[in-house]
Design a binder for this molecule. Structure first.
Ligand SMILES: *Cc1c(COP(=O)(O)O)cnc(C)c1O
Length: 320
């Protein structure tokens, strides 16, 4: 599969028009005062199904051939990609089978079923989800839409930064959370085209720093499943497509602790009146921590999603 390019992101934006929300770019006087920078928050927690993943899923399904659409799609995911595929498939009258870990957050399992996806569960710590998914795809003749390492998925995710740059104008820096790198590589391609001097950063949880290590090593480094509250970034390795784009367009990959994520969740709730899931706080946590380098600058922050188990959310905020 060839690497996605900026033109693919522009084409994806055309397919998403009228189907995905154009999410708001919010400001916070408190965040600006605290950092000395001008922060622009692209709020994908307000996207359909609550995360940017709707963009890549919708675009990938829109790019299928008529025969593939008739057969249906299959996806594996610890959460948001599952809901995104289930919803995007239903909206385009395509059947969706979703392979999910049995310990995925309950609201994510329930939402995937509510959106009309057929859920097949597996044991996250014992089974190889990719092998299971590929076997089901072959048996049932389904088109596999992976969560990040796919041209049309990356192109769809890149529309988040495309919109942010259209709305905010030039940015000096852009912080994006990093799991498998679909969002980061798409956003980095958009930034390279629209704001070429913008420094793009991927942000990982401390416990899952495979991307940072990969960038240092010059090859894809695989780690064990990381233990972190950022469940959307529990990936063990970058992709064959996302890694070369990240190598080329991403300046560095800072990491943040779970404690920083909780502090940032509290900031969003208290100051911006937004429910943001732990993974959705990665970029903002790093932007706050590295603010000293960006005083007086225009800094974009992608807030990636807001799907969180409310009981756990309440515990995190109460303990902070
Ligand atoms: C999937 C996801 C991520 C990570 O995205 P990648 O494209 O895998 O890097 C970050 N935040 C949220 C909310 C997600 O659902």
């Amino acid at each position: 599969m060839r690497l996605p390019e900026f033109a693919d992101i522009q084409a994806a934006a055309g397919r998403l028009r009228g189907h995905a929300h154009r999410t708001p770019v919010l400001r916070s006087a408190t965040a600006d005062a605290r950092t000395g920078a001008s922060l622009f928050f692209k709020c994908e927690n307000f996207q359909r199904m609550g995360a940017f993943k709707f963009r890549g899923a919708y675009n990938a399904i829109a790019c299928l051939t008529p025969a593939q659409r008739a057969a249906g799609v299959i996806a594996f995911s610890s959460g948001n990609h599952a809901q995104a595929i289930a919803l995007a498939a239903r909206l385009q009258s395509v059947r969706a089978t979703i392979v999910m870990p049995s310990d995925a957050p309950a609201p994510k399992l329930a939402a995937t079923r509510e959106y009309g996806g057929e859920v097949v569960t597996y044991d996250r710590w014992a089974e190889d989800r990719e092998a299971l998914t590929r076997r089901l795809a072959a048996e049932r003749g389904l088109a596999l839409v992976p969560p990040y390492d796919h041209r049309d998925v990356i192109a769809g995710q890149g529309t988040a930064a495309l919109e942010l740059l259209e709305d905010a104008g030039h940015l000096d820096a852009l912080f994006v959370c990093l799991g498998g790198g679909g969002l980061l590589s798409g956003c980095a391609l958009a930034a390279a085209a629209l704001s070429p001097s913008c420094a793009v950063f991927g942000v990982e949880p401390e416990a899952g720093d495979d991307g940072r290590r990969s960038l240092r090593a010059g090859r894809i480094v695989t780690i064990a499943v990381p233990k972190t509250i950022a469940d959307g970034a529990m990936t063990t390795h970058l992709g064959e497509l996302t890694f070369p784009i990240i190598q080329r367009h991403v300046r560095d990959i800072p990491t943040v602790s779970d404690a920083q994520l909780i502090e940032t969740m509290r900031f969003f709730a208290e100051r911006m009146k937004m429910v943001v899931e732990p993974t959705g706080c990665l970029a903002a946590a790093a932007a706050f921590a590295e603010a000293h380098a960006w005083r007086g600058c225009r800094v974009g922050v992608v807030v990636s999603g807001g799907n969180v188990d409310l009981a756990r959310y309440a515990q995190w905020l109460a303990a902070a």
